[in-house]
Design a protein around this ligand. Sequence first.
Ligand code: ATP
Ligand code: MG
Length: 564
Amino acid sequence: MAENDATMADADRADIGRDFIRDIVAADLEAGRVKQVVTRFPPEPNGYLHIGHAKSICLNFGVAAEFGGRCHLRFDDTNPTKEEQEYIDAIKDDVRWLGFDWGEHLHHASDYFEQIYAWAQHLIGTGKAYVDDQSQDEIRINRGTLTEPGRDSPFRDRSVEENLDLFARMRAGEFPNGARVLRAKIDMSAGNINLRDPVLYRILHAHHPRTGTAWSIYPSYDFAHGQSDAIEHITHSICTLEFEDHRPLYEWFLDNLPVPSRPHQYEFARLNITYSVLSKRVLTELVRGGHVGGWDDPRMPTLAGLRRRGVPAAALRDFVKRIGVAKANSVVDAGMLDFTIREQLNKSAQRRMAVLRPLKVVIENYDGPGEELDAVNHPDDPAAGSRRIRFGRELYIERDDFMENPPKKFFRLSPGNEVRLRYAYFITCKEVVKDAAGEVIELHCTYDPATRGGDSPDGRKVKATMHWVSAVDAVNAEVRIYHPLFAKPDPNAADFEADLNPDSLETLFQAKLEPSISAANADEPMQFERQGYFTRDKDSTPARLVFNRTVGLRDTWAKVSAGG
Ligand code: ATP
Ligand code: MG
C-alpha cells in the first residue's frame, strides 16, 4: 500500500470518537436528564437500504451500545401504497449483516395505529384538529408560500361533534381516497410552513403489509413519528437535517398530547457520496427501469449491492466512523469508501493469482510434466501459510503485461526482455506469434532453471514481476469489473438517466484462475495479485465461476475520469 494512504488513514482516525450527538447524549446522562439511552433506526419499508442508511444505523445503534442503552428497529410503515414485505425482510437482513441487533425491539408504526388514532380524536376533542374537505390542490394553494401566509380552510371551524363523526366515518371507509383529510389546527400564518395546519390523516384504501385492510386512513409521517418515539420511550430521536423544520411540529404534538414520555429530536447531515445518488426514489427507478440487475446489483449503493460486491460489513462501519457525524451537509469522495474497503481487505484477503485477459505463453525450453512451487497466502500474515501452484510448459499471462513495441518506461514483457514470473522463474520473450489479422495470440519464451522460486542466482536484475497461471489446470471464469454507476461526480437526481455511466459494468469472459480459487468459499474475499480484491458472485454455477471485483488495488477511476 502506498505510504500516503497510510498517513491519510492515521490522520482520519485522529478525530474519531466524539461528535455533537455523542456530546449531547453524554451530557444528558451526566446531568441525569436521561437514565438509559434509547434510540431507534426508523426505515420506511419502501426500498432497500443504502449506504446513507448505514450512517444512520451505525449512529443509532452505535450510540446506544457505547452508552449502555438500546436501539430499536422501527418500521415507519405509514404509506401502504409504497411499502412491501420484500423490503421489510431485506432491511432486517441488512441491519443484521451490518452487525447490529435490535433484540426484542422490533417495532412498527402500525403497531400503534390504534393509539395514534385515539390521539387524533384527543386533538379533535380539544379543538386542535379538524376534518378538511378541501381538495389536495386547494389545500396546497391555500397553504401560502414562504413569503405569503396561508388562508384558513372554510372547514376549519367545524364543531368537535361533526369532526369526530366525520373522522370515524373516514376510518370506517365511507369516503373515497382524497375526499377529506384530518388536519391539526395550529396557525395558517406560521413562518414555518410545517405548522400551517399540517395533515394528520389521509384516506387511503390500500392493503397494508401488516394491518391488511383494517384501516382506510393512515397517519402522516409527522403525526406518527414523534408519537411512536414517545410510546417506545425513545430518548434521542436522531434524524437527518431535512427534518429540522419539522422539529417544532414534532414538539407541538408532544406538547398537546398525553404521551407517556418526552423524546427529543436531533438532526445530523445526511451522507452524500460522489458518483452516487442516495435516494430510494432514484434507486427504485434504477431497478424498475432495468438500468441495473436489481436492488443487489453490485453497482448499486445499497447494502445488498455492496455486500454482493464483496464489501465487508466491517469496512462500512469503519467508513462511517471515518466520515464522522456533523451538522453541515457535505459530499464524501467515493475514493474514500474504496480506500476503506481496500484497507480492510488488505488485512483479511488471501492472495491468489488470476489472469483476467489471458495471453498464452509457451516456455520453449521447458520439458516434462511440470512441477509444483510454493506461493505465499498473505505477505503480512505468516499464519495464513502457503499453497502449491503448478508451473509447466504452457502458461497464461495478462495481455497488458506484454507489448511488442514498448515505449521507454515499459518494463514488463517485450521481445528480448527478461521478467520474473512470481514464485517461479525468470523468462525471456523470444518470439511473437500472430494470427492472420496480425493480432498477438501466443508468445514463445525461455526460462532460466537457475532462477527457481523467482530468485536471481547471479544478482541479475529484472524490472518486473508478473502474475501468471498454468494452462493445464487453469479454471475458467467470468469476472465482472464495476465502475461508477454515474459518469458525473454530482449526478442530477431529477434527471439521473442522462448522467448514467454507460460503461459501469465491464465483463471479462476469459479469465483464468489458479485452481485453489475454485474451492473458495462464496463469502471469502481474495486478492488477485496486482488486480484487486474479488469475491465469488451468486451467479456462479458448478460449471461456471463468476467473480466480482470488489475494488481495485488503487484508484484508477479518478485518473480516467479526469481525462488523464
Ligand atoms: P431516501 O431519501 O433515500 O428516500 P429516506 O430518508 O426516505 O431515504 P428512511 O427509510 O425514511 O429513508 O430513512 C431511515 C433513516 O435513515 C432516517 O432516519 C433517515 O434520516 C436516515 N437516512 C436516510 N438517508 C440517509 C443518508 N443519506 N445519510 C444518513 N442518514 C440517512
Ligand atoms: Mg424518509
